[in-house]
Design a protein. Structure first.
Length: 125
């Protein structure tokens, strides 16, 4: 299995931007209110919360209220929703920059699904 550590953090961030730029309009509109952060690896706390064995099981994470639970009366001081994209697990999974873009795209769409209140089994993929 090839590792793609030669895709630098900056190059990976560009691939994430490209994936987001490719989103269909309804998703692109949703992204306007969501911060996207690239992290190297999911934290131990996140893995424990989700009861995952390996950081390779998690490519991205949505943190924040779903729109289904959102209201006009957002509690004060609540951070805006954010999607974390995990560079390490994605690079270990993917064999080429094109695959990275596709995987990040799928991950962002999946996390946006959580944002609009979909469960894992209701996702487009």
């Amino acid at each position: 299995m090839a590792t793609h550590d030669h895709i630098s953090s900056a190059a990976f961030a560009d691939l994430v931007q490209q994936a987001i730029a490719d989103l269909p309009l309804p998703y692109a509109k949703l992204m306007e209110s969501i911060a996207v952060v690239v992290e190297e690896e999911p934290s131990k706390e996140v893995l424990e919360d989700l009861e995952l064995e390996s950081e390779d099981d998690l490519l991205g994470l949505y943190q924040g209220q779903s729109l289904a639970a959102d209201s006009f009366f957002r509690p004060g001081g609540e951070p805006p929703p954010q999607i974390s994209i995990y560079r390490g697990p994605i690079l270990r999974l993917c064999e080429s920059p094109e695959e990275v873009v596709q995987e990040v795209y799928d991950t962002v769409v999946h996390e946006l699904g959580h944002h609009v209140g979909l469960d894992d089994d209701e996702m487009p993929y």
